[in-house]
Design a protein around this ligand. Structure first.
Ligand SMILES: NC(=O)c1ccc[n+]([C@@H]2O[C@H](COP(=O)([O-])OP(=O)(O)OC[C@H]3O[C@@H](n4cnc5c(N)ncnc54)[C@H](OP(=O)(O)O)[C@@H]3O)[C@@H](O)[C@H]2O)c1
Length: 212
């Protein structure tokens, strides 16, 4: 498949790009800086996901548009980047006449067993709160875009470098917890789940979450 991937040089985007390339997909990565010197597994071009015109232009000829965009910590405003991405992607796909959109989301809106949202946990890290709340607003914008075949993929609460096992569990709005009470996924295994959704995911116009 031909995939246009915004945020292809990020911590998670890099792994998604590598996973898709290893599966033989033709991936074009897009970041504001064109990722000079990042050693990306895929060719990169410069572009701003918040600019729907640019998204539409770049998306021409692709089967799927994907995004792993996030604010650079300390340099960007969380809400501006995350909601800018949602609006730019939704507007850009509409302009391009494309339907399939797969995006990296947040875990903040997942529901714990007691019904509370992850972001409302009193121990939720203050540093990540604005990002998590922006991701919740972005999910609402995707949910309103029912003319597109979008999938919003929330990682587990903890997503970190680690092994690629190829094994993961998929849920919807509920927080997945393992036998030891942890909620985690490695970045390479999150990338496996993301690529699986691009290739043949049936979760259209919905959020899924990925964890062990
Ligand atoms: N458990 C959780 O809920 C959880 C955990 C981790 C991450 N996340 C979510 O995933 C997001 C991404 O995380 P990450 O650590 O992979 O981020 P990251 O390493 O900061 O990477 C962000 C990527 O987005 C690109 N980018 C930023 N703004 C852009 C724009 N306007 N147009 C095009 N590309 C743009 C950056 O490249 P340039 O700067 O060159 O543009 C970079 O490639 C986070 O912000 C968060 O929302 C959630």
């Amino acid at each position: 498949m031909k995939v246009l991937l915004f945020g292809a040089t990020g911590n998670i985007g890099r792994a998604i790009a590598a996973e898709l390339a290893a599966r033989g997909h033709e991936v074009t990565g897009v970041t504001r800086s064109a990722g000079v010197g990042t050693g990306s597994a895929v060719p990169l071009v410069a572009g701003d996901v918040a600019d729907a015109e640019q998204v539409a232009e770049l998306a021409q000829g692709h089967d799927v548009v994907a995004s792993a965009v996030g604010p650079r910590i300390g340099a960007d405003d969380d809400r501006t980047i995350i909601l800018g991405a949602a609006d730019g992607l939704i507007g850009g796909l509409r302009k391009a006449g494309l339907r399939r959109l797969v995006v990296l989301g947040g875990a903040g809106s997942l529901r714990a067993a007691d019904g509370t949202r992850v972001v409302d946990d009193p121990h939720f890290p203050e540093l990540w709160k604005a990002n998590a709340l922006a991701q919740i607003e972005a999910l609402d914008r995707y949910r309103a875009a029912d003319d597109l075949d979008w999938t919003y993929i929330s990682p587990a609460k903890l997503i970190e470098p680690g092994e690629r096992t190829g094994v993961y569990r998929l849920s919807g709005d509920d927080l997945l917890v393992d036998a030891e009470g942890r909620t985690r996924i490695s970045i390479p295994d999150y990338a496996v789940a993301f690529a699986d959704q691009i290739e043949g995911g049936q979760a259209l116009r919905t959020r899924v979450s990925v964890a062990y």
